[in-house]
Design a protein around this ligand. Structure first.
Ligand SMILES: [Zn+2]
Length: 288
């Protein structure tokens, strides 16, 4: 507290300035919160089979177009096999799985290709563009094993996981921008610290747990789709065990964003009674 020349009390202006600084700082954050609420509620979709609510802001056409473009890029760079036993088998399993999944999503123009490569990998892009790398066949071993991998990938596409991930990345980008504006008048080191914390927080707090929950959802849906298509669902836990062994000490192409294979196998076994019931009811080839 200070006195002016007339003996009246003069308060330091700092607290008021500070208050004003804080309220100005809140504006971009408040705007982001409003945008977040609007964006969230206007872009809700329901995942087939699991009934989970999800955030997706792309139309099916936009999503299909993006998937198609990326697919063409990958196929142009890789050694694609055009015919042969493996190609026939992958297409047959793929079509059978897609048909079994048709009642949950009829809108896809499925395409299945085989890439000649040592990588133990497979992927499905938005809109139903699937690729299987020949390197994964050593791990899948048989058609039930291959159907477990392909069912999982097909489930990612049906559940629109790619588009959902993009929506969250967009939100993180907007949030980071709002907070960067809010701390824009702070010192360089503070700004760096806040940005570093935001980066770590969004990676470990949002994106990684998020991709693990996508993995589990794809496991569940894949298991049910494979059983509907009359592939033996009991091969799925065995396949993921082999995958875990195969990926030990290797670059983790396929496993990096996936949950540990112990967790995955435990969950698959929990869902197994449901899958086996479908398998028994629908499939004359089911053997027990
Ligand atoms: Zn996956």
């Amino acid at each position: 507290m200070r006195m002016d020349p007339f003996g009246r009390t003069r308060y330091s202006r700092n607290p008021r300035q500070r208050r004003r600084g804080i309220s100005l700082r809140l504006i971009p954050i408040a705007l982001f919160a409003l945008f977040l609420a609007y964006y969230w509620f206007s872009n809700q979709e329901i995942v087939p089979m699991t009934e989970r609510r999800q955030l997706v802001d792309l139309t099916r056409e936009e999503e299909t177009e993006l998937g198609f473009q990326s697919y063409q890029q990958v196929l142009n760079q890789e050694n694609v096999l055009h015919s042969g036993e493996v190609v026939d088998q992958v297409r047959e399993i793929g079509l059978r799985l897609a048909k079994a999944a048709a009642d949950v999503d009829p809108g896809f123009d499925w395409e299945f290709n085989v890439i000649d490569s040592e990588q133990a990998n497979a992927f499905a892009l938005p809109g139903g563009k699937v690729a299987v790398y020949t390197g994964i066949l050593d791990v899948t071993k048989n058609q039930d094993g291959l159907s477990a991998v392909m069912g999982h990938e097909i489930a990612h596409a049906i559940a629109r996981h790619g588009a959902e991930r993009m929506a969250y990345q967009k939100l993180i980008q907007w949030g980071t921008m709002a907070i960067s504006i809010a701390v824009g008048d702070m010192g360089y080191n503070t700004q760096r610290m806040v940005q570093g914390a935001l980066g770590m927080g969004s990676k470990y707090g949002v994106l990684l747990p998020f991709s693990r929950s996508h993995e589990s959802e794809a496991d569940y849906m894949g298991l049910i789709i494979a059983a509907r298509a009359c592939y033996d669902p009991r091969e799925a836990p065995k396949l993921w065990k082999r995958m875990g062994e195969h990926s030990k000490g290797q670059p983790q192409e396929f496993m990096s964003t996936h949950p540990s294979h112990e967790t995955r196998i435990q969950l698959l076994n929990e869902w197994m009674p449901e899958a086996l019931e479908i398998y028994k009811e629908n499939c004359t080839n089911a053997s027990f």
